[in-house]
Design a protein around this ligand. Structure first.
Ligand SMILES: N[C@@H](CCC(=O)N[C@@H](CS)C(=O)NCC(=O)O)C(=O)O
Length: 89
């Protein structure tokens, strides 16, 4: 089942920069929402995920929406879904 992603972040966050380096490395294009510049993004994140911490990956699929916090968990998730699986195709 295909998934769509949104990455909640802000520019000065080093953990967000770590995720961005990973995305660049694997040429993965994910729409970003800046929670400092965009108050609506901040509201969405807290309402949906329960915390204001960034980075947070919003994962949307047919079975619903998940909010994944922790930069290392986000990178591992995307690596497993988008790098390993595509390599197996
Ligand atoms: N262990 C977390 C650390 C995340 C973190 O500390 N994020 C900071 C920004 S660098 C943050 O969102 N602080 C504001 C808050 O928690 O509301 C990760 O690796 O993602």
């Amino acid at each position: 089942m295909s998934e769509s992603y949104l990455l909640y972040h802000y520019a000065s966050c080093p953990f967000c920069a770590r995720v961005d380096r990973f995305l660049d490395q694997f040429d993965i294009d994910i729409e970003h929402r800046d929670t400092l510049r965009d108050p609506q993004a901040h509201t969405e994140l807290v309402a949906g995920g329960g915390h204001s911490t960034v980075p947070c990956l919003r994962i949307s699929s047919g079975s619903g929406v998940r909010w994944l916090y922790e930069s290392l968990d986000i990178m591992k998730y995307l690596h497993d879904r988008l790098v390993v699986r595509e390599g197996q195709a």
